[in-house]
Write a protein that binds this ligand. Sequence first.
Ligand SMILES: *Cc1c(COP(=O)(O)O)cnc(C)c1O
Length: 386
Amino acid sequence: MTDKEPQRSLDTVLVHDEGHAEGAVSPPIYQTSLFTFDSYQAMVDRFRGDSDQALYSRVDNPTVSVLLEKISQLENGEKALAFSSGIAAISNAVLGLVQSGDRIVCVKHCYPDTYRLLQLICARFDVTTEFVDGSDLAAVEEALPGARLLYLETPTSWLFEEQDLNSIAELAKRNGVTTIVDNSWATPIFQQPLRVGIDLVVHSASKYISGHSDTVAGVLVGQAALIDQLTSETTPYLGAKLSAQEASLLLRGLRTLPLRLQRHQESALLIAKKLSAHPGVTAVHHPGLNLNSNSCLSGYGGLFSFELDESIDIPTFCDALSLFRLGVSWGGHESLVMPSEISINQAGSPSAAIDFGVPSRLIRLFVGLEDSEELWQDLESALANA
Ligand SMILES: *Cc1c(COP(=O)(O)O)cnc(C)c1O
């Protein structure tokens, strides 16, 4: 955004596009690997960094650039990068910032593949990770001195525990620790970590930003200095770029992001409250039901979890559902159910020995855009039949 442009609301930023060829309302998809130069000097200028002409789609592409501009505006960041998956955004950020001998502090119960990246890959390069309870400010404070990176996810992936981003950002700054927040759950519509002093935000754009369950993608956004460090030292050589086609799908998803989140929020809160009152349910993990005075959230999405008592057979319950379908991921149009006992116990995999600390009778629900009364009836009858 240039200085001359007025400060626009998120809703407008998401929908309004101008300046595309032929007055197109959606940016063209630049399906090209490379971009040629009109003269020797033009190419020299590009290599010197004196021109921003696109060079090669592994490092820049005009369709992807439109997406990055919107992501930066939404998250209140200076620069953004796009990747072929959320985990590529996370691994590029982490691997780009640590060195052998460093220690990372990471919140407990983060996204399982983030946990595996830290425990299985970073550990090979003598980068250790200390996992802390992110809701315990004293524990975070104690772990910070000497750490290189603080990795947060608020709310967390299976138990939806929040962290006090305001206080934690300040503690990290005092200790010279770089902070990363996975903001996939809340999206910039409901939480903007950079505004409270966090250094970098990552998203699995496969979730709400796509919104249609047809793309796997990731974005990373933050201050220019950190993003420039990554683009000069790491990301071009790890090579996990986003395609122009998929950038276009994400731009499509962004246009309806606030509308969709509003609906996910309403339906999920309704269902979470009804589940709380159900005799077979022993706990409901939804940040909107367990209010936290230090929350940075201004709203809630459609993903939460609950625990079932021993009287309910989990496989029978899942098989009795007809609208909620068994599947990983979330953030699209469709409602999904995912029991922790399937996802966490990956027998035979290298990560089988990792203890995620997630209860075994936990069910994660993603409440999609279907009619919320019909979704509740689906759950209620499956619980009755299990
Ligand atoms: C899905 C997810 C990721 C990983 O993103 P991919 O796009 O699947 O690589 C990271 N963080 C959270 C919170 C997620 O839900």
